[in-house]
Design a protein around this ligand. Structure first.
Ligand code: HEM
Length: 419
């Protein structure tokens, strides 16, 4: 990776030449650790400029306060106007996705989804999440005692949960995994095959939504349909509803599975923390927040844009029409915000990491994700006290060139060790 960056001074004026910008996204450091480059960027100035795969020039903020501001105050639509709708991957859901909208348009969709994800409703899902975790662990007990944990646990649990919420039959789960795999494959699948699978997926969700419109029933899609009917003002169109359901399916499993995989690796690499958690279950909620901070999956939130010249909290000035990335994971390692940020500390008291974003697009599924992590980690580590890596950590493969820093596979054994 090139190490020279186009750095802006505190006034937002570039202090080096723009002809050879380094590429965004920045890959992670060894073993998925934060890219050493973020620290270099932060030390060199509040905002750096990098080049997106699309060729668009990006302003990248890495400090906590600036990143928080970018997510809370800047516009998604202005990013699209600046040519940076999605800087990595594509928008399979263009025009119908709440992730591409600004308030008040965004508020209309968000109100519908917010009603379906109200705290009381999410709390009622807990028995189902527990059952799903028990079922996944039971399947691991009966099968081979070693394999890829991403496949058998980290993906399997969130997919089962979201399928249960949507009322998708068990037998259909493998098909859902094929479709969602295509959506997140990005460059990992031939484009024609990928697009065909995404269209199949959309057709399936369209049919599922149409059937529920006639008979909403008690699941999440029924809740969305009822919330749509109850909402004041413009009603959601059917394609918007399909877009919402697809956003929930996609948003609802890849990120959670990545945190389950990365968090498991982090705990295996910190046996003293794991021993404390095994001795005292009440430590899990704090540990989950630290895992979210330390293993935050997003190498950058979705791009925002400036409609006018904008001054960030650091004093950096962004010109009008700029595409801006608030680097969430880098903010979680800002030493001005988190003492000794490179240390994994399950007793850390400050849980205000930015892993779920901030502002109007704050992750709608955060309460569900937290529930899955708080149930999933103890279920795994209590069922399999001998869980261990089967290859050296240095040989693990990490995704590159994606927005989400994921382990491709996590080869482990979970059967008892031969003593
Ligand atoms: C640990 C797991 C998760 C992480 C780290 C995560 C992270 C995020 C982040 C950072 C954003 C904001 C992106 C931005 O503003 O640029 C976001 C938005 C979103 N997330 Fe999550 N997420 C997780 C789990 C979930 C789950 C379980 C669901 C649904 C069931 C979900 C659904 C969504 C949706 C629909 C949005 C878009 C919200 C909007 O644009 O208003 N996420 N997520």
């Amino acid at each position: 990776m090139r190490t020279s960056f186009l750095i802006c001074d505190a006034g937002g004026v570039p202090t080096s030449d723009a002809t050879d910008l380094p590429d965004f996204p920045l890959d992670s450091g060894p073993h998925g650790s934060p890219s050493p480059t973020w620290a270099a960027l932060r030390a060199a100035g509040p905002v750096a400029r990098l080049r997106a795969p699309s060729g668009t020039e990006l302003h990248v903020a890495t400090g906590y306060d600036d990143v928080e501001f970018v997510h809370r105050a800047l516009s998604r639509r202005a990013a699209i106007e600046a040519g940076a709708e999605f800087v990595v991957g594509d928008n399979f859901n263009a025009g119908t996705s709440l992730t591409t909208m600004d308030p008040p348009e965004h508020t209309r969709l968000r109100g519908v989804i917010g009603a379906a994800f109200a705290p009381r409703r999410v709390a009622a899902w807990e028995p189902m999440v527990r059952r799903s975790a028990e079922d996944v662990v039971a399947a691991m007990r009966t099968g081979a005692q070693a394999g890829d944990l991403v496949d058998v646990f980290c993906l399997e649990l969130p997919v089962r949960v979201i399928c249960a919420l949507l009322g998708v039959a068990r037998e259909e789960i493998p098909q859902f995994r094929r479709w969602t795999g295509a959506v997140i494959a990005s460059t990992g699948m031939p484009p024609a095959e990928r697009l065909a699978l995404i269209e199949e997926f959309r057709a399936h969700i369209t049919a599922l939504v149409a059937a529920r419109v006639a008979d909403p029933g008690s699941g999440l899609v029924g809740d969305l349909i009822r919330a749509r009917a109850d909402s004041a003002g413009d009603r959601l169109s059917e394609p918007e509803l399909v877009g919402l359901v697809m956003a929930l399916i996609i948003g609802g499993h890849e990120t959670t599975s990545t945190v389950l995989a990365r968090g498991t690796l982090t705990l295996l690499r910190h046996p003293e923390a794991l021993a404390e958690l095994r001795a005292d279950r009440t430590l899990w909620p704090g540990a989950v927040e630290e895992i979210l901070r330390y293993d935050s999956t997003s190498t950058g939130g979705m791009p925002r844009g400036t409609a006018e010249e904008t001054v960030l909290p650091s004093g950096a000035r962004l010109p009008a029409g700029a595409a801006v990335i608030g680097q969430l994971a880098a903010a979680n390692f800002d030493p001005e915000r988190f003492a000794d940020p490179e240390r994994f500390d399950i007793h850390r008291a400050d849980h205000r990491h930015l892993s779920f974003g901030q502002g109007p697009h704050f992750c709608v599924g955060a309460p569900l994700a937290r529930m899955e992590l708080r149930i999933g980690f103890p279920a795994l580590f209590e069922a399999f006290p001998d869980l261990r890596l089967t290859i050296p950590a240095e040989e693990l493969e990490w995704s590159t060139g994606t927005r989400v820093r994921a382990l491709r596979r996590l080869p482990v054994a979970w059967g008892p060790r031969r003593r």
